[in-house]
Design a protein around this ligand. Structure first.
Ligand code: ZN
Length: 441
């Protein structure tokens, strides 16, 4: 399989030139994958598109706004492949990349303010975070950065080789449990044309094992050109004049979690008739081609919105891309629960108090040892009890009056899924808090 993919990739990794003869960036290899998969297996492609449309439709009817029940934290390993010392990026640079991912998916980086006012109501925390793995697949302690010297000076021509030790790369850590990010030299012919690429979920119909565009589990993850990783990468100035703020990785994680490009991957000629099926991203004819032009409106109809160049799934450039939309958020979160549930290292709970004046009284959050934890900031803790329900409304656990200011709530052998926890005032029977929680074993 990987040999076949190697050949497919090689079609797309020659240095690319625009009609004016200026060397241009491919930015990410997603388009190549989509085009190739559609060509090789139109039926599988159609299945994928149908599935994607369903997810997008579902996203539309979900509650507007950015109130999340849970925050998913993904377990990440960076594989750093280097054939020279300069490619062996420092821990600090890798950690800065992780920070950028968390800021982007939490929407708390400084330049969120640059988002135009008309789009602000659809931006926010998408409830996804990232942490470096602390245990490797063999059970050994790790810092989540796996370094490997290689004799391969560039993986630009045979991109999938980076994912196999036998080909000079390094094998993935169990992709059902780790989000693998390979960092390597992706140049080809001396050009830094390709900055990264990522696989959509492997069990997605589009990428099923029967389709010739299939992406095997062993290749699941993202690949980043070493010059675009992290903040203040000393090599970034070799990749063009645009500031690089670690957002190539954000874009690729979007693909890894099932998103398509904001312009729907249409060409300039057909672009306005090709959609990404996401309603809260305005119709866009083509990629912004590394220009942050906020007056662009490439598919103009009366009263429509301008192009959303601030979106991470455009190609407008790191200085411009600052947000995911509400519906993109829904798709990514569904991709996690449906296709990548065990890559989740932990889930945290965002509280939904029924009365604001209780927010200082209780805190329900994820217990690092499993289950939940309730902190009661009240010396009258014995006045309260908790009850845990499954989504069928059956009580699966409860407490007699809380005995401690920190109470652990265990799910026992109950299956993964959504549950409801409530806190009751014992003397008045008043419902103090009700909250939906996601449980993973
Ligand atoms: Zn892309």
């Amino acid at each position: 399989m990987k040999r076949v993919l190697g050949l497919i990739f090689s079609l797309f990794c020659s240095p690319l030139f625009s009609q004016t003869g200026v060397n241009t960036f491919e930015y990410c290899g997603h388009d190549s994958l989509v085009v190739e998969a559609k060509r090789n297996d139109p039926v599988a492609y159609e299945q994928w598109e149908e599935e994607y449309k369903k997810m997008a439709l579902k996203a539309r009817v979900q509650r507007r706004g950015f109130v999340s029940d849970t925050t998913f934290t993904l377990r990440v390993v960076f594989h750093v492949l280097y054939s020279s010392n300069i490619e062996n990026l420092s821990d600090a640079l890798i950690r800065s990349q992780l920070k950028v991912l968390n800021e982007a998916f939490g929407h708390y980086h400084e330049d969120t303010a640059d988002l135009r006012a008309i789009f602000k109501d659809r931006a926010g925390d998408v409830g996804i975070r990232f942490e470096l793995a602390t245990v490797d697949p063999n059970g050994n302690t790790t810092n989540g950065i796996n370094r490997r010297a290689t004799s391969v000076t560039s993986f630009g021509r045979n991109r999938s080789d980076v994912k196999f030790t036998a080909d000079g790369g390094v094998d993935a850590w169990d992709p059902t449990r780790y989000f693998n990010i390979w960092v390597c030299d992706l140049s080809s012919g001396g050009f830094d044309n390709l900055l990264g690429f990522a696989t959509p979920p492997s069990t997605h119909p589009f990428w099923s094992a029967t389709g010739s565009g299939a992406y095997p589990l062993s290749e699941q993850g993202a690949v980043l050109h070493y010059k675009v990783v992290g903040v203040n990468n000393p090599l970034a100035n070799q990749v063009g004049s645009r500031p690089l703020k670690g957002r190539v990785a954000v874009h690729e994680v979007g693909h890894y979690l099932g998103l398509r490009h904001i312009w729907g991957d249409g060409t300039n000629a057909t672009g306005c008739s090709v959609d990404d099926f996401i309603k809260d991203t305005p119709n866009q004819r083509r990629s912004s081609n590394f220009v942050c032009q906020k007056t662009n409106n490439t598919c103009f109809t009366a009263n429509d919105e301008p192009d959303l160049v601030e979106n991470y799934m455009d190609y407008s450039g790191d200085e411009c891309m600052v947000m995911f939309t509400t519906q993109q958020k829904s798709i990514m979160r569904e991709a996690i629960t449906k296709y990548r549930p065990n890559v989740v290292a932990k889930t945290d709970v965002i509280n939904q108090y029924i009365r604001d004046d209780f927010t200082a009284l209780f805190k329900v959050y994820y217990n690092p040892n499993g289950g939940l934890r309730i902190d009661v900031n009240d010396d009258k803790r014995s006045s309260y009890s908790f009850i845990l329900y499954n989504m069928a409304g059956q009580k699966i656990s409860d407490s007699t009056p809380l005995t401690q200011t920190r109470q652990d709530v265990n799910f026992g052998n109950h299956a993964d899924g959504l549950y409801i926890i409530q806190i009751i005032n014992n003397s008045t029977d008043e419902l103090m808090l009700t909250q939906k929680v996601q449980h993973f074993n």
